[in-house]
Structure formats: C-alpha cells, structure tokens
Write a protein that binds this ligand. Structure first.
Ligand SMILES: Nc1nc2c(c(=O)[nH]1)N[C@H]1C(S)=C(S)[C@@H](COP(=O)(O)O)O[C@H]1N2
Ligand SMILES: [Mo]
Length: 567
C-alpha cells in the first residue's frame, strides 16, 4: 500500500535536529486534518439532510439510536441528572467522541493514508445505518451520512497527501509514486512546490502551505454548507410555525369551569395550580422536535375491529365537538418528590367519539382490540387500554394547551391526553396514527424497554416548601405542596415531623379528580434539624405506601420528605 511505503521512507526517523519538531507539527496538522474532515462530514450531512429531513442528520440519528438502546435505569439517571438538558448532554457527548476519533483517524492517515480515509467511510456508514434503523427511518435517511462520509473521505485523503514527505532539496528520496502523488496534489491546490511553501528539515519536507490552504478551504466550504443546511432546515420549521400562528382555536362546546378560587393557595414557593406552557416539563425521545405543518397533518384510525377506518385532517378536528378540561399529566420517570408533573387546561376532541365513529367497541362491550396504539411522526409508539379511553373519562385528542395551540415541544398539532395514566402509556405527542390491536399482539416502544404494559398513575404527594436544607425561623412555618391521584382524586393529605403523629393538612379547593391538589400545613417549628414527611390518600381510600420502589417498571412509590434546619 502506497501509504505504508511512504512512511517506511520517512526521512525524519533518526534524522538530525528539527526532525522531531517537524514530526510534532505534522502530527498536529494531521489531527487537525481529521477534525476538518469530521467537520466536513457533519456540515455536508446537514446540507443534505435539508433535502431529506432534519431528523436524518448523523448526530441526531446516532443520538436517537443511543436513546433507543439506553437501558431504562440509565435513561432514568440521565433524565434525573440532566433533566431537560439530557439530550444536549448526549449530543455533546457524541460530538466529543467524534472529535476524538476524527483526530485519531487524521493521525493514522499520515501513515496509512487510504486506511485513514476509508475509516471515515465507516463513520458515515454508522450514521447511515442509525438513521435508517430509527423507528421512523426510511432508506433516504441514509443519504446525509453517506454523502457527508464520502466527501469527508476525499477531503481527508487530499489533506493527508499534503502532509506526505516529498523529495527534499538534497534529493535523498527517490521519485517514488507516493511522493509524486503528494507533489501533484500540492500543485492542484495551487501552492506550487517552491521552497518558500515548504516546511521541513535537512532531511524532509512536506507541503505545509498546501495543507493550510486546502484545510482552510475545506473548513470554509463546509461551514458554508453547514450554515446553508441550517437555513434550509429552519425554513421547514418556519412553515410549520406559520401554520401554527394562523390557527384560531374554536370555542369548546363543553368548556371547563373556571378553576375554583381556592384551588391555588398562592403560597410562596408552592407550584402554581396551572402550569404555564413554558414551565411544563418535557419528556420525550426526540432530539429534533418535530415541526409538523398543521395544513398537511392527517390522522388515520384503523386496525382490529375498526368497522369504518377514518382519516381526519386538522381542520376536520377543529370542526368537531371540542371539550376543554384541566388534566394533570405525570411522567412515570418522576421520582418521589420529582418535577415531571404538570397541570394544564387542554382543548380537544373526545377520543371516544372518534373511536365510536370508526365503529370501535371496547373489549368490555365485545370489541376484539384491547390496545390502542398511538404513533407519532417521529416513530414513537404508545399503547393505551381501549377500555380506559372509552370508559367515559375525558380522554382527549388535544389541539390546545392553556389557551393556545399546542407548543411544538408538547406535540403540535395534536397529542393525546388521558386522565389517570402515565404519559408513556397515554400522552402521545405529534400524533399521526391510531391503531386498534391487542396487548398480546404488540408491545409499544417503552414496553419493549422494561416498562409495564399498563400504568395507572400512582397516588403521590410532594413538599414544595420549605425547600430541602432551608433554615426557616422557629415559630409558625408554612409547609405546602401538591398531591395527585388522577382520575381518583385526593381525599386527604397528612404531614408529620421527625416520624411523629400524622397531622391533617388543609386541602385547596378541588378542581376535578383529574387534577392535582395543593395542600398546606402550619408547622409550629422548633429550633434544630427536622424531617418533614408527607402522604396522600386517594378517593379509593388508598394511602400512599412508605415502601420505596424505583420508577421502573411502572412508577415510583414512597413518601417525599424534606430535611430542614430551623434557626
Ligand atoms: N412522540 C412522543 N410522545 C410522547 C413521548 C415521546 O417520547 N415521544 N413521551 C411520553 C412521555 S414518557 C410523557 S411523560 C409525556 C410528556 O409530555 P410533555 O413532554 O408534554 O410533558 O409525553 C409522552 N408522549
Ligand atoms: Mo413519561
């Protein structure tokens, strides 16, 4: 192989002063060449992804593949520690790894020029495979990585050529093919082979200037391609945003009643009863938030026992009977005391109406399908019991959240919301397909990943104030928080100090059994360290257990407690 013979003749080995310097410079430039090749790959892929779709980019695709393969406990850890930044951390991690590999490949290509360039193709192939393998992947999704990889392969080959030693002025190297090749490559870049353009020692030179020019050109061209790709990708998003702006939500035929005056105790440090959209937790697997054009959106309802399959558009939905309801949504990954719970006022079409129109009967009425699988545009699948969505509860295909069309982060244009079930078994965002099937026949995304098939929300309560390790003054201290047991309702909340007697907390007015409920308790605090603990009882009469279990497979149990140091 030419690259090997090149190095065997490396005149710097064992040569005099300065040879080491050349070697270091050459190594550093080679690493830089690798980095630039990596940059080229990503930028070209970005540009090509604009022609395919933004989700097909290699970092997004590989990130998605990593998310899909992350075991539940690790994912849980990531969500817990990085919160809504978990995806940013993942992407930065992928980029950092890629940079390391790119530098290594760059250095390797000094010695093994073709092997190094070929290694770039392997990365392209990984990106391509990851993109096609995504749940919503198609063959064309491979294009960004393939084109990016091929381009980067060529660029690295060219750059490595510039770093090849060529005959020194002393003529101690034969005019072998490799050196010729390097010389020719240098000429192509218009640098000539004049001594001024070369860096070297007594015993070896390479085309440093040629490298710098080629590298700069590659970096600049790829940055341009990358920026253009960004632009183009953003324009698709802009159309979706425009479609969202033009939406006027009709008045619901069944509006929600005003939130009772006493539902929000207005206590400092206590979570507000209604969660503003911008503060609403976000949990999903999407590295690129899908931006769907509402005008092009379609929902298909089909599957087992669907007598009249339906396809509806966004405007069709808006013209139907709309209901408005306050519903508290909770994530199964919410730890005891955790933040992944929020309450919003949703507007949408009753899901049961649509299903009945399609001729669906729940299993309790002899229907053949017990599972409703909702699919999103990004390939998420979520399985919900048909009986639950048709048992009279307010299961909604939501189009509005707190008085505006759904935010993109929360599923625009349409998502599901089902009171009483954790989000992963009910709340599909960016919905595009509803299929009637059975739990025996099909496992949805999370079920394939260790989580339970069915998951009603567990009764929980949380202390919002005082905060952990707060140091309130002795005397009356307001202890307050929220409690939830969606679709059952909260009957009672109790608080105790240092494992003593349970004290009944005062409950805020109830909005509905589908929403959380604020509570407060006036604590006569005495100086010293104390542990506050809360427990809720739901309307079924079940009191939260103190037995701690983790979030996997169907939701955490245990009591939230907070340690404070009273002054
Ligand atoms: N398409 C899609 N829908 C999804 C998810 C997802 O990853 N993708 N996550 C689900 C989970 S686990 C939860 S808890 C809720 C969270 O909804 P939010 O992000 O609007 O709070 O969305 C659900 N719907
Ligand atoms: Mo969730």
């Amino acid at each position: 192989m030419a690259g090997v013979s090149e190095d065997q003749k490396d005149p710097t080995s064992g040569a005099g002063h300065g040879a080491r310097g050349v070697r270091v410079v050459r190594g550093a430039l080679a690493a830089l060449g690798g980095l630039i090749a990596g940059l080229v790959a990503l930028c070209v892929a970005e540009l090509v992804s604009a022609a395919v779709r933004p989700e097909a980019g290699p970092v997004t695709a590989v990130g998605g593949a990593v998310i899909d393969r992350t075991p539940a406990p690790v994912k849980d850890f990531a969500v817990r520690n990085f919160g809504n930044d978990d995806k940013l951390v993942l992407q930065l991690g992928i980029l950092a790894l890629l940079a390391l590999f790119a530098m290594a490949v760059g250095v390797a290509s000094l010695r093994y020029r073709r092997v190094g360039s070929a290694a770039v193709l392997v990365f392209g192939a990984i990106g391509a495979l990851a993109a096609v393998e995504r749940p919503d992947g198609r063959l064309s999704d491979a294009l960004p990585s393939v084109v990016g990889g091929l381009t980067a392969c060529g660029v690295l080959y060219l750059l490595a050529g510039r770093l090849a030693f060529r005959p020194s002025p002393h003529g101690d190297r034969g005019a072998d093919g490799t050196a010729d090749e390097a010389g020719k490559a240098a000429e192509t870049a218009g640098t000539g082979t004049g001594d001024a353009a070369t860096a070297g020692t007594d015993s070896g030179t390479f085309d440093r200037r040629g490298f710098v020019i080629a590298a700069t050109a590659a970096a600049a061209a790829s940055a341009g391609a990358g920026l253009l790709g960004r632009r183009l990708n953003a324009s698709g998003a802009a159309e979706a945003a425009a479609s969202r702006r033009t939406i006027v939500l009709p008045a619901p035929s069944s509006p929600a009643e005003a939130v009772p005056a006493g539902a929000d105790l207005g206590i400092r440090g206590l979570t507000s009863f209604t969660t503003p959209n911008k503060d609403f937790y976000r949990v999903d697997t999407a590295l690129v938030v899908p931006r769907v054009d509402a005008g092009k959106w379609r929902l298909r309802i089909h599957g087992k026992g669907v007598a009249r399959p339906l396809t509806v558009g966004f405007q069709d939905l808006l013209q139907r009977k709309l209901i408005e309801r306050d519903i508290t949504l909770t994530c199964v990954s919410n730890e005891v005391g955790g933040p992944y719970v929020g309450n919003a006022r949703w507007i949408g079409v009753p899901l049961a109406d649509l299903l009945r129109e399609a001729g669906v009967r729940p299993p309790s009425k002899g229907g053949p399908a017990d599972q409703l699988v909702s699919r999103s545009v990004d390939g998420m699948t979520i399985g919900t019991p048909v009986d639950a969505v048709m048992d009279g509860r307010d299961a909604i295909l939501a189009v509005g959240m707190n008085g505006e069309p759904l935010p993109f982060d929360h599923g625009f244009p349409v998502r599901m919301v089902v009171p009483g079930l954790y989000g992963y078994v009910s709340a599909c965002k960016w919905l595009e397909d509803l299929e009637l099937t059975t739990f025996a026949d099909y496992d949805a995304y999370w079920v394939k990943r260790d989580w339970s098939r069915e998951a009603p929300v567990k009764t929980q309560s949380r202390i919002d104030t005082p905060r952990p390790f707060a140091s309130p003054k002795a005397g009356p201290v307001t202890v307050a928080g929220v409690a939830w047991a969606q679709h059952r309702g909260i009957e009672r909340v109790e608080v105790r100090v240092d494992g003593g007697e349970w004290n009944p907390a005062e409950l805020a007015a109830e909005d509905s059994v589908d929403t959380w409920r604020q509570w407060m308790w006036e604590w006569p605090a005495t100086p010293g360290n104390h542990t506050l603990e809360v427990r809720a009882t739901d309307r079924d009469g079940d009191t939260q257990t103190d037995k701690r279990v983790g979030t996997v497979p169907n939701g955490a149990t245990g009591r939230h407690s907070v340690v404070v140091a009273v002054d």
